[in-house]
Design a protein around this ligand. Structure first.
Ligand code: GLN
Length: 564
């Protein structure tokens, strides 16, 4: 008898965080997904963000971290990226829930008289919409298990409606729900002892919301000892085997292996009364972790960006998928990735510092918006081009490589992207065809439909988003990397290479290596006679997976290794 008939699938695993944020709830959720997948189940994961924003697209990366883009063009939280990397599945818009999205649907439905004249209330209608979305995502993924990560920390006002959804769901299908609390156990330096009280209090908060956790993942600096496990078990009302030790570790990809040391997968299946489908030993992950832990020879990559300076701290969250893609490709080449954060604005103020770029085996200019740091990035690109330093430009990094080439090789001194020409920022219709466009050499220009959206201030979710096809030209580095002529990659931008300048750029040696066939848009540029100089209008980093690095990153790191 199939598993489905014996025990009704799908099952739902809620994950919430206690004590404080930033304890790795996202990667823990993703790791649980990996474990269940390795045991033969189909898994999907859903992120719930409690903020009112409809999606993450309008947020500043310094505030929110990277904006991850799914294949269907959803601008979402970076945790969705973690899920994709760990579970190795493409997710979609239903895998991302925000307060804004939920309220928007409920209000739209009310306006369409879909509640049949009822008074529409926060409870139960909002949690009901949340439950509907969870089930829709699960069905769409044909998943056996859906992991649902509730953002924020228990006890917060913001995420209480999502806890309410979990409670309501459990009430109607108690056998299908497991609730996991990820908590933090501090070791105050003056005491030197691991403390369980904050976790006890987090469980009280959950109890007040009508929820008793089934499993507690105990995050801490070091593994939990027996007395601590006992204490949590007694005071938090869970069995000792359901207190899973989750110590700090260097490589996030080790987390599933660590959880399995405490048999987390088995515990979860037991709660559902399920048996393992396939003996999951995480073999591929163990092999990867072995590489991560043993590689010694470094490859040094500099990232010239701007979304990492915050007060006295350097925050790398904004570039998370790029960091991961570099790591995946480096491990593939058995190298230890060393990533350096280079401030674009520093190069504007102190151009003599550019020569430090020679210390890196490869340089990346990542995506970005707005004019801050632009000239510094262009200078860095010029330096990489002239000094034959492997270069990978991602979205804005591609656009600026075109601007640099137009200015310094094609002699279009005023070349720029329309994004940085405030006097004619959003041209539409005839304006687009006016001669000023050439005078300013808008080598990167806004697409007509995008110009209209900007004029009407329709910013949210309106960029060119998600996967688009791209045809790759023969005899290019890109073809060597992808080994196929048609690819599909994820986008997030409003500006494009202006086709009016294609001839000029090509005549001087720039190769338009990838073209979108529907709209004839340049998606990849390359410079031959250079060890590696590639710019992509899309974001390859979103599709890199630990076991399967992205082809362009793989070739970029290969060139960087040679450089080293
Ligand atoms: N700001 C540029 C655009 O909108 C680049 C965007 C990006 O790098 N993601 O086209």
């Amino acid at each position: 008898m199939s598993l489905k008939k014996k025990n009704k699938m799908p099952k739902f695993i809620f994950v919430a965080g206690g004590v404080m944020s930033g304890i790795g709830k996202g990667v823990a959720t993703a790791s649980i997904g990996r474990i269940l997948k390795s045991k033969g189940f189909r898994v999907t994961a859903i992120k719930i963000d409690p903020y009112v924003n409809v999606d993450a697209g309008t947020m500043n990366p310094i505030e929110h971290g990277e904006i991850f883009v799914t294949a269907d063009g959803t601008e979402c939280d970076q945790d969705v990226g973690n899920y994709e990397r760990f579970i190795d599945e493409d997710l979609n818009t239903f895998n991302y829930i925000t307060t804004g999205r939920v309220y928007q649907s409920v209000i739209n439905r009310e306006r369409n008289l879909e509640y049949g004249g009822k008074c529409v209330e926060v409870v139960p209608h909002i949690p009901e919409e949340v439950i509907w979305r969870i089930k829709k995502a699960t069905k769409k993924a044909k998943a056996d298990f859906a992991l649902i990560e509730i953002g924020g920390t228990v006890g917060e006002y913001q995420n209480s409606l999502f806890l309410e959804a979990a409670r309501m769901m459990r009430l109607s299908q108690p056998k299908d729900i497991v609730f996991i609390l990820i908590s933090y156990l501090p070791i105050p330096s003056i005491i030197g002892e691991m403390k369980t009280k904050p976790t006890q209090q987090a469980v009280r908060w959950l109890n007040m919301a009508g929820i008793q956790p089934d499993i507690i993942l105990a995050r801490s600096l070091v593994p939990l000892d027996k007395p601590r496990k006992n204490k949590i078990s007694i005071f938090c009302n869970v069995s000792r085997e359901d207190v899973i030790s989750a110590p700090d570790i260097k490589a996030i990809y080790e987390i599933p292996i660590n959880f399995e040391k405490d048999k987390l997968g088995e515990r979860i299946l037991k709660k559902f009364g399920l048996k393992i489908k396939k003996k999951g030993n995480l073999r591929d992950w163990k092999r990867l972790v072995r590489v991560i832990k043993t590689v010694k020879k470094p490859v040094r990559i500099g990232i010239v960006g701007k979304y990492f300076e915050t007060g006295k701290f350097t925050l790398m969250d904004s570039y998370l998928s790029i960091i991961e893609a570099i790591k995946h490709a480096s491990w593939f080449h058995k190298r230890k990735p060393e990533i350096y954060w280079l401030s674009a604005e520093t190069y504007e103020k102190n151009p003599y510092l550019l020569k430090e770029l020679k210390e890196y085996d490869g340089v990346i200019v990542p995506g970005g918006f707005g004019s801050r740091g632009i000239e510094g990035k262009i200078k860095a690109i010029e330096f990489c081009r002239k000094n034959k330093i492997p270069y990978l430009g991602l979205c804005l990094g591609m656009q600026l490589a075109v601007v640099e080439f137009a200015r310094n090789v094609c002699g279009l001194k005023k070349a720029n992207s329309a994004e940085f020409l405030p006097e004619s920022r959003h041209p539409v219709g005839d304006e687009l065809r006016s001669s000023s466009r050439f005078a300013n050499a808008r080598v990167i220009d806004v697409m007509p439909e995008q110009g209209l959206l900007l004029k009407e201030k329709k910013y949210g979710g309106t960029m060119r988003l998600g996967e688009y096809k791209c045809k790759i030209k023969p005899k290019t580095l890109s073809l060597k990397a992808y080994k196929t002529t048609t690819i599909s990659e994820r986008h997030r931008h409003r500006y494009e290479l202006n086709n009016d300048f294609r001839d000029k750029l090509e005549k001087k040696g720039m190769v338009m290596a990838g073209i979108n066939p529907e709209k004839d848009l340049v998606e990849i540029i390359e410079l031959p006679k250079h060890p590696f100089f590639v710019g992509t209008q899309f974001h390859p980093e979103f599709k890199s997976r630990p076991i399967n690095p992205h082809p362009l990153f793989r070739e970029f790191i290969k060139a960087a290794v040679k450089q080293h």
